[in-house]
Design a protein around this ligand. Structure first.
Ligand code: FES
Length: 85
């Protein structure tokens, strides 16, 4: 899948510092499942499980790994009574 062929479908939330950050479910590189990615709260990053691209949770900025651009991230107050991811 070329990056231009990528179709984003679905979003999921990661809670960090009292905020829910809504992230795309799939990585823009080759569609890896970011909802199975490694969240590092100390660094505020998520790492794609497929080729290990690293993104900032708060801004979506691509920080490391295969070149693929940034994530579109939106935020809202953390949902009460839900297991934080
Ligand atoms: S699919 Fe996420 S880094 Fe390749």
């Amino acid at each position: 899948m070329a990056p231009d062929d990528y179709q984003e479908t679905g979003r999921f939330a990661v809670t960090l510092d009292g905020q829910d950050y809504q992230l795309p479910r799939h990585c823009p590189h080759r569609g890896g499942r970011l909802d199975y990615g490694d969240v590092n709260r100390a660094r505020g990053t998520i790492t794609c499980p497929l080729h290990r691209s690293v993104f900032c949770l708060k801004t979506g900025r691509h920080l490391n790994g295969p070149e693929c651009g940034d994530l579109t991230v939106s935020r809202a107050p953390a949902s009460a009574g839900r297991d934080p991811r």
